[in-house]
Design a protein around this ligand. Structure first.
Ligand code: MIC
Ligand code: SF4
Length: 657
């Protein structure tokens, strides 16, 4: 039987373990990417590993998330990142150059290589047939130091695309369709591989929209074959040397196959407040919208934005709608400017933001209370936009531009009829405008010696975890439901600038559950910590969905949390918990979740012994007087990391023999 594309790349990179689904394997990492919001911690941890220059073929440090600069924090971070990149042999993409995934796709992606990124949308580069995986910053730091990345060897889901997209239906609708079929939970341990005639017709930016938002499925990554489309894109980026043909063997048998006929697809939206709450636009058409935001790392390709500009040309956005363009890369923005498309957008009334994450991560443009916001982004978790009770719909650029003209959710296929707008078919440019002057290449070793790393006063080296106790006595600090995202645990928006200062940032852990006039999660945790009582988080299914931000583990750990007991835990977050020595425990009987209450006292008598070599642990709820069993789904390496007080200490121990 032939090999899947995923297994071909894995086989070429494996350095430990057996390539078979479910086995723990270590793989060599060729490239890494970090962004400023996770990168500062990643580089602080990298520095403390003491390995000097990075050992990867290529590492790029992007500044794209935190670029608004309210107060000195952001710029302190940027200067640190710029100087540590210079010191470590890392490329540095400066603020304003674009969003990491979009820029990496354009300037650095290379077929057949592995990429580890401290951002959950790193799989975007799967569009170029790379094995691109999101991870916590500490895992990326370890990879920069030359260590392998450890993962569970995945099962492979083949998504066969047949047919052809109709006018006004786009790549976004393909991934929304898949989200409607698979949902955001229960997909841990899978890779999605796209194949079929329909896949071969999609351009690289279209594929990138799909692999990008594959992160919302909770899979390890998503990937397309490398074919003529790949060659054309890389040639247009003047990087044809980074192309090689690569595909699954023709006789491959996938662990599961789903078929999607592109000819039958129609425009869709992920309704509030989960990317899998998908409906067709026909079902929700007519809902009034007050805001339409177009762009982000999901839908910022040249064709997407040119299409929007062409539709807006000589028209005006609806007077009741605020419209902004959030370009993903400076290169695309430049090309829009050169083509006059930027002027078309501006004269139609669109506001043009600088290239960066911006409103996608709650950095401005929060919608008004009780209003609908349409975004071409990838996440609409409750409150992520910065407005409590927000109603964010995720749509394609086609649906977005149709709706911005009418002021209500509009099926773009109706545009010819209602406004006389014909579908503007946009050809991929034969050549992209290339201008890398906002990317600083690594310095030579001699030049590196002269660099002084700037640690501004708002950058605080994070504390590492103390050892776990043999007998764990703790209190349930929060009991939350299903699909708790890292945005619930560690809000971004105005707090994002505190990423480099754990004691400050930790004050807003679980802020969405804090009630006015009552002690916050952080205050309650620190009180208990003083008394020597450990904090415990109890949760439902799919705990820790969404982002790779390790602060969702690091900050609770700082507050004294040492265990999470959940019905299930998402891959990246579970790794982050282990890296920061918080024990991930899953209910053996999901029904036990209902018997536990907030503030219950829980006890585990033999925690260390269980971590050493047991798959289950007995937990006593002393308040509710019952016992239940927790599963420890841990690899031998996970166990060693927990027993070594976290990944940093574990790495140091290994280095010292
Ligand atoms: C996101 O989209 O949630 C982010 C912000 O890009 C995160 C990373 C972060 O929290 O810094 C992600 O996707 O991993
Ligand atoms: Fe930035 Fe949003 Fe993309 Fe995350 S999902 S990298 S915040 S644009």
């Amino acid at each position: 039987m032939g090999q899947t594309l995923t297994y071909k790349i894995l086989s070429g990179h494996v350095v430990g373990g057996k390539i078979a689904a479910g086995e723990q394997i270590g793989i060599r990492i060729d490239q890494t990417l970090t962004q400023d919001a996770t990168g500062t911690t990643a580089f602080l941890l990298f520095e403390s590993m003491g390995t000097g220059r990075v050992k990867t073929d290529l590492s790029v440090s992007y500044v794209d998330h935190n670029i608004a600069g309210f107060g000195p924090e952001n710029h302190n971070d940027h200067l640190y990142l710029q100087t540590i990149a210079a010191k470590s042999g890392v490329h540095h993409s400066r603020a304003g150059n674009g969003i990491c995934h979009q820029v990496h796709l354009e300037r650095f992606g290379k077929t057949g290589v592995t990429l580890l990124g401290s951002d959950s949308h790193t799989p975007t580069c799967g569009a170029l047939s790379m094995l691109a995986i999101g991870a916590g910053g500490l895992d990326v730091a370890a990879a920069m130091a030359g260590g392998p990345f450890y993962l569970t060897c995945p099962k492979v889901l083949g998504v066969k695309l047949t047919g052809q997209l109709s006018n006004w239906v786009s790549a976004k609708d393909i991934i929304l369709k898949l989200l409607s079929l698979l949902s955001t939970k229960g997909n841990v341990g899978w890779v999605v591989e796209y194949f079929g005639q329909g896949a071969s017709k999609l351009t690289i930016p279209q594929r990138a929209t799909i692999t990008n938002m594959g992160a919302e499925l909770g899979v390890t990554t998503s990937i397309f074959a490398s074919d003529e489309q790949t060659r054309i894109f890389l040639a247009a980026q003047k990087r044809e040397q980074d192309y090689q043909p690569l595909a699954a063997d023709p006789d491959t048998e996938y662990d599961r196959v789903i078929e999607i006929n592109l000819s039958e697809l129609e425009p869709m939206a992920a309704c509030p407040s989960s990317p899998d709450n998908v409906k067709t636009i026909r079902e929700i058409a007519g809902v009034q919208t007050k805001q339409v935001l177009i762009g982000s790392c999901t839908n910022s390709g040249y064709a997407d934005l040119m299409m929007v500009a062409k539709v807006l040309k000589s028209r005006h956005i609806n007077n009741m709608v605020e419209c902004a363009i959030v370009p993903g890369s400076r290169a695309v923005l430049n090309m829009l400017a050169e083509a006059g498309a930027l002027a078309d957008m501006i004269s139609a009334g669109a506001r043009v933001l600088e290239c960066g994450c911006g409103p996608c991560i709650g950095q401005g443009l929060s919608p008004a209370d009780d209003t609908v916001s349409l975004r071409t982004f990838n996440r609409n978790f409750a409150g992520r936009s910065g407005t409590k009770g927000d109603q964010v719909y995720l749509v394609s650029p086609e649906t977005a531009v149709a709706s911005v003209l009418t002021g209500e959710i509009t099926d773009p296929r109706d545009l010819p009829k209602i406004l006389g707008v014909e579908y503007p078919k946009i050809e991929q440019p034969a050549e992209f405008t290339i201008n890398d002057n906002m990317i600083e290449p690594p310095l030579s070793e001699e030049e590196t010696a002269q660099v002084k790393v700037l640690h501004g006063p708002t950058i605080v080296v994070p504390e590492m975890p103390p050892p776990l106790p043999e007998k764990l006595q703790g209190q349930v600090l929060v009991k939350c439901g299903d699909k708790i995202t890292t945005d619930h645990i560690m809000p971004a928006g105005p707090y994002l600038k505190l990423r480099s200062n754990v004691p400050e940032y930790a004050k807003v852990v679980f802020n969405c559950f804090n009630e006015q006039g009552k002690p916050s999660f952080a205050q309650r945790s620190l009180e208990l910590k003083k008394e020597g009582v450990v904090g415990i988080i109890v949760a439902g299914e799919s705990y820790g969905q969404g982002s790779s931000r390790e602060h969702a583990a690091l900050c609770p750990m700082y507050l004294g949390v040492r265990a999470v007991i959940a019905k299930s835990i998402e891959r990246i977050h579970k790794a982050n918990l282990i890296n920061f020595c918080i024990v991930p425990i899953e209910f053996a009987e999901p029904g036990d979740y209902g018997k536990i209450n907030l503030e219950d006292q829980l006890q585990i008598d033999n925690l260390l012994e269980a971590i050493k070599d047991l798959d289950e642990v007995k937990i006593t709820d002393k308040t509710a007087s019952f016992e239940f069993v927790g599963k420890l789904i841990l690899s031998p390496r996970n166990r060693e990391i927990l027993l070594a007080n976290g990944l940093l200490n574990y790495t140091r121990k290994k280095a010292n023999g």
